[in-house]
Write a protein that binds this ligand. Structure first.
Ligand SMILES: *Cc1c(COP(=O)(O)O)cnc(C)c1O
Length: 376
């Protein structure tokens, strides 16, 4: 512990303080308010969707999309295994069964071929597959054309987990605009933050209206408190939305800084055999949220764990890739189509600091520590 260079700390300062202060001074401290409405409109415009619903987290957005679609016990939901637990937790909140699908070697994103195979197998068994949830890993979009084809052929909805890819694009189209709905996250370590928060993005007005209602305890539009369905307390607050508006105004600058680190990591490892950057050479459309390497120790003669240990000793925070969900004790005995790729990436991967607040001097310290391991 005691890291002085963090993996991905929040990048907030005076600019954000002004927005938050103005929201407080306006008197809109109570949950909803004009900054929330404006933030939703600004995000919807940026992503190019008709509707955005501000929620307390990305997890809440995943959960409410599934609730609104009536996904529940007996349903099977194919999902990336190489992801953060939140994606899978939302499936379990509604009592459905996650079906883990392994990933592509180069990107760690869900393999469309395995997904197709998994869905075909499930349909042959007579399983109900109402929705598929792919995840844009570390800010690179999944192959949406292929995944959408599989979902369309199966008559399943597509819920895109774009929690890590806000600001990225796929074939020119923004992350968060694919499928029947997408979710983004504004958690503290994401590319932009509201300290905690998320959004549901969709072109489907009925879904957006329903999720907005569910997120505010499912109150019917009458003066007394009338409820015809179970609600949730999941709405994003106006103050946090003000913070989000400030961050959104700086998003492109923050992406540019993270892309700068990506390029420097690429240069740093370019002559090092056995090391590749997860996501591949073509990252022009990625938001470069985090940079991870995958190390082939036979060629590099050092391991991801060794490098992580050395950086740790120098006060530099690193992290393994997400531990595949099918390996998690909490997911023991859950089904899936696993071919070993995610396990390999997990065992040989390391995520490196890439915050937009990181300074050149700090990056130079990382370079020195890495070069020392390479030279050892
Ligand atoms: C961060 C994250 C989430 C959850 O977002 P929260 O806002 O923290 O609830 C979901 N999926 C993925 C892939 C994430 O990285």
């Amino acid at each position: 512990m005691g890291f002085d260079i963090l993996l991905s700390p929040p990048d907030v300062g005076e600019f954000e303080q002004q927005y938050v202060l103005r929201a407080m001074q306006s008197g809109w401290v109570a949950p909803a308010g004009p900054d929330l409405t404006a933030f939703e409109q600004e995000v919807a415009a940026r992503v190019g969707v008709a509707h955005a619903v501000g929620l307390s987290s990305g997890t809440a957005a995943l959960h409410l999309a599934l609730v609104s679609w009536g996904v529940g016990p007996g349903d099977v939901v194919p999902v990336s295994t190489l992801t953060f637990a939140a994606t899978v937790n939302a499936i379990r909140y509604v009592g459905a069964t996650p079906h883990f699908v392994d990933c592509e070697e180069e990107t760690g994103n869900i393999s469309p071929a395995l997904l197709e195979q998994a869905v075909a197998g499930l349909t042959a068994q007579g399983a109900r597959v109402p929705v598929i949830i792919p995840v844009d890993l570390l800010g690179k979009c999944v192959d949406y054309d292929a995944v959408q084809g599989v979902a369309g052929a199966a008559g399943a909805r597509l819920l895109g987990d774009a929690a890590e890819s806000f600001g990225a694009t796929y074939r020119g189209r923004p992350a968060g605009s694919f499928g029947d709905a997408s979710v983004v996250s504004f958690n503290g370590n994401k590319i932009m933050t509201t300290s905690g928060g998320g959004m549901l993005l969709t072109d489907d007005r009925r879904l957006a209206d329903h999720v907005r209602k569910l997120s505010t305890q499912a109150r019917e539009p009458v003066p007394h408190y009338e409820h015809t369905e179970v609600g949730y307390n999941y709405r994003l607050s106006n103050i946090l939305a003000a913070l989000g508006r400030a961050q959104l105004a700086r998003l492109d600058d923050m992406i540019k800084r993270r892309r700068g680190w990506r390029e420097r990591y690429r240069a740093l490892f370019t002559d090092q055999p056995g090391v590749r950057i997860l996501g591949g050479a073509d990252d022009a459309e990625d938001n470069c949220w985090l940079t991870a390497i995958v190390v082939d120790q036979a060629a590099s003669r050092w391991s991801a764990q060794q490098l992580g240990g050395a950086l740790d000793g120098a006060g530099i925070e690193t992290r393994p890739l997400w531990k595949p969900m099918h390996l998690q004790p909490v997911c023991r005995d859950l089904p899936g189509l696993i071919n070993g790729t995610s396990e390999r990436i997990f065992s040989h991967g390391l995520t490196l600091p890439a915050g937009s607040v990181m300074t050149d001097d700090e990056f130079a310290r990382i370079e020195d520590a890495v070069r020392a391991v390479i030279a050892s």
